[in-house]
Design a protein around this ligand. Structure first.
Ligand SMILES: Cc1cc2nc3c(=O)[nH]c(=O)nc-3n(C[C@H](O)[C@H](O)[C@H](O)COP(=O)(O)OP(=O)(O)OC[C@H]3O[C@@H](n4cnc5c(N)ncnc54)[C@H](O)[C@@H]3O)c2cc1C
Length: 449
């Protein structure tokens, strides 16, 4: 490998070397901005041809779509909301819609999580009384742990056992391949996000030009401030000596080269990072696993008449996990559009029967299940598009916390290395948190700037 440097961003070892940010997804870009604010020279590298990571948008049938519509909630951190509106405002603004989620449960479409009246209608008086009793017992019984040890305990305390066993456990098995007992309590908060008691109704702030446009705009501003963003440039390893990372090894279409680095901020999965560094070992066991998402976009003739942002299929006989209707997310953008685009999401371990299906078979499966989501049987499907996102969903198992701690000890030993983002920290952060991700760059790394 030649010891090439990137013109204009590397120089003498020492103060004029850049901080290299690995990944130009939301977390990497936000980290780059934070580093610029702190006065650093910044180089961002990403193997993809465009910025935005899993939050990029794609062009289909004359519109820009997210990789599965991304929600940015109005109750996010106020600073994050202000920043979002500022960035989105520069690229067409946002469409505000009241957050609505529903679920297919025993053949009915109910709220998600369901309201008590819907539980009553769906499972009957006996099961509803048992659910209410369980909830009361969870509140009153001092023997019940005050701090839940897993997502199951947290969910049962809020919804009762019947709803968790019948509705939420099938969902987590489908989505994450795990029962709530095997998931961390933090996942319960994530799941219950749209119905926090006592709060104002949540609006979704969806960029009119797609979520990816926000990241394009942020990248434009970073470049204007002097950051270099090298796309199509994959990191293949790191060089380190004496507990410091000294260079990032990369490959683009024409060459392999090294970028000397004063510090490194990574948004790639921590287990990958560990493999790049000398003297470290990846945690054993499957505790930091991720699942795949397969997105099937369907172009339909006419308006199919649904009013939820997401309809989640908790019924395990349905293979589609979630269906979303772009008209609900961006009503203004689709007002004059005679067609509707639905996005069906499948979740897979990567080695199951879903992963073995061809794109055409996945699309046929999604189309066959549309009526269960309330879509008219007679609707005409004009076209489809299938996109596979490997390892896009980190699974928040209870074991993940211990494995993460094991990784933290090893990675924090490198004094000029920080990790940010969904994969960097193996948690379920979304764009709302990503905008503040730069803050999590450890003080010890910022002091090298
Ligand atoms: C279907 C779907 C729906 C979602 N919906 C929502 C939602 O509604 N609301 C929400 O808040 N969040 C949602 N998310 C999550 C959101 O997309 C992510 O949380 C967010 O993109 C994470 O940002 P990140 O920068 O941490 O990681 P990423 O977006 O994954 O970015 C990581 C970047 O690192 C790059 N990279 C990886 N390895 C290398 C390497 N070796 N060399 C160079 N570059 C590398 C990748 O190319 C990528 O660009 C959804 C995700 C999916 C898949």
């Amino acid at each position: 490998m030649s010891a090439l440097v990137v013109e204009g961003v590397t120089g003498r070892a020492g103060t004029d070397q850049p901080v290299v940010v690995i990944g130009a997804g939301p977390a990497g870009l936000a980290a780059a901005e934070h580093l610029l604010d702190a006065g650093a020279q910044v180089v961002v590298v990403d193997g993809a041809p465009e910025v935005g990571g899993l939050s990029r948008s794609i062009e289909l049938w004359g519109h820009r779509f997210d990789l599965g519509p991304h929600s940015f909630r109005s109750d996010a951190h106020p600073e994050s909301v202000t920043r979002w509106l500022d960035l989105a405002g520069a690229v067409g603004g946002v469409e505000r819609t009241r957050a609505r989620r529903s679920a297919v449960w025993r053949g009915r479409v109910v709220g998600f999580p369901p309201r008590p009246g819907q539980v009553l209608r769906t499972v009957g008086a006996g099961a509803t009384a048992r659910a209410a009793g369980a909830r009361l017992a969870a509140t009153l019984n001092r023997r019940e742990p005050r701090t839940p040890v897993d997502a199951y305990q947290a969910l049962v305390a809020s919804h009762g056992r019947a709803v968790v066993e019948e509705l939420l456990a099938p969902y987590t098995r489908k989505y994450l391949g795990a029962h709530p007992r095997d998931l961390s309590p933090a996942f319960a908060d994530e799941l219950q996000g749209t119905r926090r008691a006592g709060e104002r109704p949540v609006e979704l702030l969806t960029p009119s030009e797609g979520t990816g446009a926000v990241w394009d705009e942020l990248a434009r501003r970073l470049r204007a401030r002097g950051a270099r963003i090298l796309l199509g440039t994959t990191v293949t390893g790191l060089s380190a000596t004496d507990g410091r990372v000294t260079a990032v090894r990369v490959r683009d279409t024409s060459a392999e080269f090294s970028i000397a680095a004063r510090a490194v901020v990574s948004s790639v999965p921590a287990p990958v990072l560990v493999r790049w560094l000398p003297g470290t070992t990846a945690p054993s066991g499957p505790s930091l696993r991720s699942r795949d998402t397969y997105l099937v976009h369907l172009l339909l003739d006419g308006d199919v008449g649904q009013d939820s942002h997401h309809v989640t299929a908790c019924d395990e006989s349905l293979r589609v996990g979630r269906l979303s209707n772009t008209r609900v997310w961006r009503p203004a953008a689709f007002r004059d559009e005679p067609r509707t685009v639905l996005c069906a999401e499948f979740w897979s371990s990567g080695d199951d029967d879903l992963s073995a299906r061809t794109d055409h078979e996945l699309a046929q499966l999604a189309i066959a299940e549309l009526p269960a989501f309330g879509v008219d049987r007679g609707v005409r499907v004009l076209d489809h598009d299938v996109l596979r996102l490997p390892r896009s969903v980190p699974v928040p198992t209870r074991g993940a916390e211990a494995a993460r701690a094991q990784l933290d000890v090893q990675l924090d030993a490198f004094s000029n290395l920080a990790r940010v983002g969904r994969h960097g920290r193996h948690d379920g952060i979304g764009p709302e948190d990503a905008l503040l991700a730069g803050r999590s760059i450890s003080a010890h790394v910022l002091t090298t700037v």
